[in-house]
Design a protein around this ligand. Structure first.
Ligand code: GRF
Length: 209
């Protein structure tokens, strides 16, 4: 395992992979829920051990609490954010970090502590329609404005740039002639949940992961 907590790799000896989910200030928490429901407490291969929100007002925190997930608040713009995350990672023994609606770059120290162990979900087919400012409705508006016939979701490893890390998994769907950003988003949303869970399973199954 690549995190600071362990040395084993995914897939070895059916070790439980401990997942942390970092949500954003406006996250509805739907990807978090999908991951938590796919790997509930007592599941043999993975479980969610922490949800970290950027503020106590993040709506996703309520979703996490209802799911009985351990929560924490850490402000990404505060001094000491990296140390706070790394301390949590040590205390909770994180193996894998999943970003779900987290709109910032992660501090380099955190990325270095989790090589190929930080994932993000993006609601379009990267490498197109990603990058700074490309989130939520903006992504779907850009896809529609370009006249694309197809969109989808991408799960990728996170690096020091927005949406540029290696793509691990993609799912595709059509863009229909009368689509609006909202109808496209609602077609894509369930694919996000499916793709995120499939990506985690892919990592769990791949001993070189
Ligand atoms: C999703 O659209 C995801 O693709 C993007 O942020 C949104 C988070 O939604 N990165 P939710 O909070 O998981 O419902």
């Amino acid at each position: 395992m690549g995190g600071p907590a362990g040395r084993q790799r995914y897939g070895e000896a059916r070790r439980l992979v401990r997942i942390a989910i970092l949500i954003g200030p406006k996250s509805a928490g739907s990807n978090m829920r999908a991951i938590a429901e796919a790997f509930p407490p007592g599941s043999p291969d993975a479980e969610v051990v922490r949800v970290v929100a950027p503020s106590a007002a993040a709506p996703g925190l309520d979703v996490a609490r209802r799911l009985q997930l351990p929560v924490a608040v850490a402000d990404p713009s505060s001094a000491g954010y990296a140390e706070t995350l790394l301390r949590m990672a040590r205390d909770d023994r994180w193996d894998l970090v999943c970003l779900a609606g987290f709109l910032r770059l992660l501090p380099p120290e955190v990325l270095e502590a989790f090589p190929r162990r930080v994932l993000n979900i993006h609601p379009a087919l990267l490498p197109r329609y990603g990058g700074r400012g490309m989130y939520g409705r903006h992504v779907h508006e850009a896809v529609l404005a370009a006249g694309e016939r197809e969109s989808g979701v991408s799960v990728h490893f996170v690096d020091r740039e927005y949406d540029e890390g290696e793509v691990l998994h993609q799912l595709r769907c059509p863009v229909l002639p009368d689509d609006t950003p909202e109808t496209l988003a609602s077609r894509i949303r369930p694919l996000e949940h499916q793709a995120y869970v499939e990506s985690i399973r892919k990592l769990l199954a791949d001993p070189r992961g």
